[in-house]
Design a protein around this ligand. Structure first.
Ligand code: DC
Length: 238
């Protein structure tokens, strides 16, 4: 029996857990999805989960500035993430939330909701369950994955970029009525990062053992190749 298990373990690349953290506009989502697809791993966008719970609070009349009200409601919504990097999904109480979670209203309110300790405890538990269930391994992107959610991840990457580069990328992603000036986008990003970095419970932070990659001067393709190489090196070293 043990021979069969050992043989199977040698023939299949070991499940690898990759944590990718960093502020918005550093290319985290595009990089994480592409790396997962290339290496046959699952993919989890944890920002989408915080956006989903924020959308539920707004839709159900909860004042997001009232931390006690947000805490009281935090266990109510059922949030389900699909982890195929080619087509990630997110539902709230069974309804597709992928469009509504990207509105400016949700973006403006998500930092307040995600700073509430009860919200973080609830979402962190979901994230750990999803990572444990991903048999072939997973790329998890967020702000506190390497520091708090999955401190034993096989590889931790922290992506950075100048505020100007991040604002330019984010402006390019926003369409039509959501597009605002570059300066306004930059100011909104800097404000959200400051809120995410200064909150008491598991703030946006680089883990001591994370590899920092400054993407300011890199193309998306270069960042993807860099992270794929880092994962392959980790796998080879095991
Ligand atoms: O990655 P994003 O912009 O979709 O994330 C939205 C917000 O969710 C971000 O401003 C902070 C919060 N977030 C968090 O607190 N912890 C995470 N692991 C991921 C996101």
């Amino acid at each position: 029996m043990s021979v069969t298990v050992e043989t199977a373990a040698r023939n299949t690349p070991a499940a690898v857990i990759v944590a990718i953290d960093g502020p918005s506009g550093t290319g985290k989502s595009s990089t994480s999805k592409a790396v997962a697809a290339k290496l046959g791993l699952s993919y989890l966008d944890t920002g989408a989960q915080y956006r989903a719970i924020t959308w539920w609070m707004i839709s159900n009349g909860v004042d997001v500035q009232d931390a006690a009200a947000v805490a009281n409601a935090s266990a109510k919504p059922a949030i389900v993430s699909g982890t195929d990097p080619a087509a990630p999904t997110i539902t709230v109480d069974g309804a597709d939330a992928s469009g509504p979670i990207r509105t400016q209203e949700v973006t403006a309110k998500v930092s307040a909701v995600s700073a509430v300790a009860e919200v973080r405890a609830r979402i962190t538990e979901l994230q750990r369950e999803i990572a444990a269930a991903a048999e072939g391994g997973i790329v998890v992107e967020g702000r506190d994955i390497g520091t708090t959610v999955l401190p034993d991840a096989d590889l931790k990457v922290f992506l950075t970029a100048s505020p100007e580069a991040r604002a330019a990328r984010r402006s390019g992603e926003l369409k039509g009525s959501q597009a605002s000036g570059l300066a306004a986008t930059r100011d909104a990003l800097v404000k959200r990062d400051a809120a995410d970095s200064s909150r008491k419970t598991s703030p946006l932070a680089k883990a001591d053992d994370a590899v920092e990659v400054d993407t300011t001067e890199l193309t998306l393709q270069q960042v993807i190749e860099c992270v794929v190489t880092l994962v392959e090196e980790k796998r080879a070293a095991r």
